[in-house]
Design a protein around this ligand. Sequence first.
Ligand code: EMZ
Length: 388
Amino acid sequence: MKNSEFPDPFDKARNEKGIGKMDDQNDPVVMVLRHKDVKECAHNYSTFISGAKPGRIVVPSEVHIRDTRQIPFEVDPPVHKEYRDLLEDWFRRPFQKEYHENLSKQIDRIVEDMLGRDAVEVVTEFALPLQSRALTLLINVPFEEAETWISWGTHVFRSDDNPLDKTKANVLYDYLNQQIENATENPGEDLYSVLLNSEFQGRKLTKEEINGIMILTFAGGRDTIINMVTNTIAYLAEHPESIERLRNEPKLIHKATEELVRFFSPLTHMGRVVSQDTTVCEHAIKHNSRISLCWASANRDASVFENPDQVMLDRKQNPHVAFGWSHHQCLGAHHSRKILKILIKSITEKIQSIQILDCEEKVEHLGEFDRKVGFEKINVKFRKRQNS
Ligand code: EMZ
């Protein structure tokens, strides 16, 4: 198998049953696999709720490592919308010219830094710093702050030997408390200060709410962006013709970005808690049990996507759900898309080819399914484009 192949483990179950099953710390999950059902369940927020015990809609569940509700994604409508209204403008800043220019500078520089090196480990030496530095723009804090976040590794709640690491989570919580305190004393133009100043339902946001928003901002777009960037490098390494095509047809970068996000689906699924006895695909689901909306499976549904297992850079219809669907669509999606577009552009301009030296896959074990989601590590050599 090529390193840039990402097989679809859900194919058979999706076609035959529409659901899959997995256990997660004795709190089982029924995984919803078809595109249509995933969308319907995502839309039906009163039966499939997000506002459950904090951490329970995440798979693996985080109920044992955190009490803080992440906002807005662990809140249901109508209050969910009120929080989103508060945050939407801020998370649309990636559309601003200056943001685009700053992000381009960051990414061009990191790509240039890789040229001439014999080997680069993409996850820790490329994708992690790229994600952390880009996050300084999203939060609007000094560039140097990224160094601290890089030192935390690829996930804020997971370490190499522990998928739910409370000690590690506490590092983030302590850090955020400190930052919120600093912003209280010396307000600036960063997200902490903006939140401290915001009005919500006629009052100020509480510290707990601000924490909930910031934790999500840090955790939600971390391993997902890192996987997206790393997998894109693996894909381009094994498809030099795509580097050339994207260089010659830069207008394609928009469609290519959507297609790569569909194909990699960096977030496999997101859970919901069921508020009343119901059925999904004729399968009985009990009140207070869990389902998950399997974005990764929905994005390979052949009834929606022609040749779903192929990357078609110019795919015309691409109603993928990689950033979720309906009320809870990812707030960081504009930032993520910008990162990927700029990265692809920068690579086509500066790089001739990428050679994979060795790699180790990252596989998620989800009950009956094993899903390759990215790489534990991948060493590559970037070859400079001659006339760049
Ligand atoms: C949560 C989640 C959000 C969770 C959109 O996804 O991302 C996970 O990586 C975190 O562990 O806490 O933020």
